[in-house]
Write a protein that binds this ligand. Structure first.
Ligand code: DAH
Length: 340
C-alpha cells in the first residue's frame, strides 16, 4: 500500500509538470481526483488491508489525499494566474499607439459646385432635366440652328461615334429634348458632362456644363439678366454686379456673354480678373426663333432665354483653383480640402 502511495505521488508530480492550461488541468483532475480516479481507487483498496493495519494505513492514505488535494489547489491557482496574465497581455492597450484613422468620403468640388448652382436656381423655380451624353447630330447641332457645314460647328471640336452620333459638345441639346417633351411655360436646368476634343491648361476633353432654359410669354433679355444677377449674388457675394456683352451663338439672337464684377478686388482690377474688374462666366441669350420653331413652339406667341455655364469654371472661381487639371487628377491631398 505504501509503495502504491509513493508511486502515485511520483506519478502525480510528473503529471503536474505537464500541465499548462485549464483544459489539461481538468483532464488531470478527471484522471486522479474524480470519483473514479486514481486517488479514490486507493481509498477503496483500504478494505484489502488487514484489519489491524487499517487505522494506521487509513491515516496515511488520508494524509496523502489531503496533501494531493492541496497540491491540486496550488496548481489550479498557478494555472489561473498564468491564464490571467496571458489574457492581460493579449488585451493590453498601448495608449501610445496612434489612433486608427477612419477616412470619411467627401463630395468632389465639381459636385459641390453643381449642387450649389442647382440650389440657387431651384430657389427660382427651375426644374432639373438630364439629357444624354451620347447624342445625335440633330439634337446637338441641327435643331439648335447649326446646320451641316455651318461654320459655327468649328467652334466645338466634336468627338464623333459615327457620322450622326457624337458625344454631346454642350448641354444645349437638352433644350431641344425638353421642348419636344413639354409645352411652355418651361423653366429647366440641364446639368451634365460634355465632351470636346480639346486639352490644355484651361480645357479638358470632358467637362461639365449647366444649361438653363426658360420659355414663356413675354420673356426678354431683362429676365435673363435678373436670373443671372440673382445667381451671381448667391454664388459669389451679395454685392457683385453683372454685365451683358454682345456675342454670337447660333441658337440665340441676340446672344450675350455675361460677366460678373470681380468678387476678389470689387472691380478695381487684380490678377483674378486680369486687371479688368470683370470675370466672364457664361454665354446666353434669347432663344432663336428657329430653335423654337424646330420644337413646334410658335415664336410669335412665346419667347425664351437660355444660358450655358461651365461648372468647372465656376468651381475654380468659387474655390480659387488656378489649374483645371487638379479637378480631374483625383489627388486626395487636393480633394480632401473641400467640404459642404
Ligand atoms: N452651348 C454654348 C457652349 O457650350 C453655351 C451657351 C451659349 C448655351 C448660349 C446657351 C446659350 O444656352 O444660350 O459654348
Amino acid at each position: 500500500m505504501e509503495n502504491k502511495i509513493k508511486e502515485l505521488r511520483q506519478e502525480i508530480s510528473q503529471a503536474f509538470a505537464n500541465i499548462h492550461s485549464k483544459e489539461e488541468l481538468a483532464e488531470f483532475w478527471q484522471k486522479y481526483y474524480s470519483k473514479n480516479g486514481r486517488i479514490a481507487g486507493l481509498m477503496k483498496e483500504l478494505k484489502n488491508v488487514p484489519k489491524e493495519d487499517r487505522p494506521t494505513m487509513g491515516k496515511v492514505v488520508n494524509a496523502f489525499k489531503s496533501e494531493a488535494e492541496q497540491r491540486y489547489q496550488e496548481m489550479k491557482a498557478k494555472i489561473e494566474e498564468i491564464e490571467l496574465a496571458e489574457r492581460d497581455r493579449k488585451e493590453a492597450i498601448d495608449i501610445t499607439m496612434p489612433a486608427k484613422k477612419n477616412p470619411v468620403g467627401r463630395l468632389h468640388p465639381i459636385t459641390l459646385t453643381r449642387n450649389a448652382m442647382i440650389n440657387v436656381f431651384a430657389g427660382m423655380g427651375f426644374e432639373i432635366y438630364e439629357g444624354y451624353e451620347i447624342e445625335d447630330d440633330d439634337h446637338n447641332f441641327t435643331r439648335l440652328n447649326v446646320a451641316k457645314n455651318h461654320p459655327a460647328r468649328d467652334m466645338q471640336d466634336t468627338f464623333y461615334v459615327t457620322e450622326d452620333i457624337l458625344l454631346r459638345t454642350h448641354t444645349s441639346p437638352g433644350q431641344i429634348r425638353v421642348m419636344d417633351a413639354e409645352k411652355p411655360p418651361i423653366k429647366v436646368l440641364v446639368p451634365g458632362r460634355t465632351y470636346r476634343s480639346d486639352s490644355d491648361a484651361t480645357h479638358s476633353p470632358m467637362f461639365s456644363q449647366m444649361e438653363g432654359l426658360v420659355v414663356d410669354k413675354h420673356i426678354t433679355l431683362c429676365d435673363l439678366q435678373g436670373a443671372l444677377d440673382e445667381f451671381c449674388r448667391k454664388m459669389f457675394s451679395e454685392d457683385v454686379r453683372t454685365r451683358l456683352r454682345p456675342s454670337y451663338f447660333p441658337f440665340t439672337e441676340p446672344s450675350v456673354e455675361v460677366d460678373v464684377s470681380c468678387f476678389e478686388c470689387g472691380g478695381k482690377g487684380c490678377s483674378l480678373c486680369k486687371g479688368t474688374g470683370w470675370i466672364e462666366i457664361l454665354g446666353g441669350g434669347i432663344v432663336h426663333h428657329n430653335v423654337l420653331k424646330n420644337c413646334g413652339i410658335d415664336p410669335n406667341e412665346y419667347s425664351g432665354f437660355a444660358f450655358g455655364i461651365g461648372i468647372e469654371r465656376i468651381a475654380m472661381l468659387k474655390y480659387g483653383i488656378n489649374n483645371m487639371g487638379l479637378l480631374f487628377e483625383n489627388d486626395l491631398r487636393f480633394l480632401s480640402q473641400f467640404r459642404d
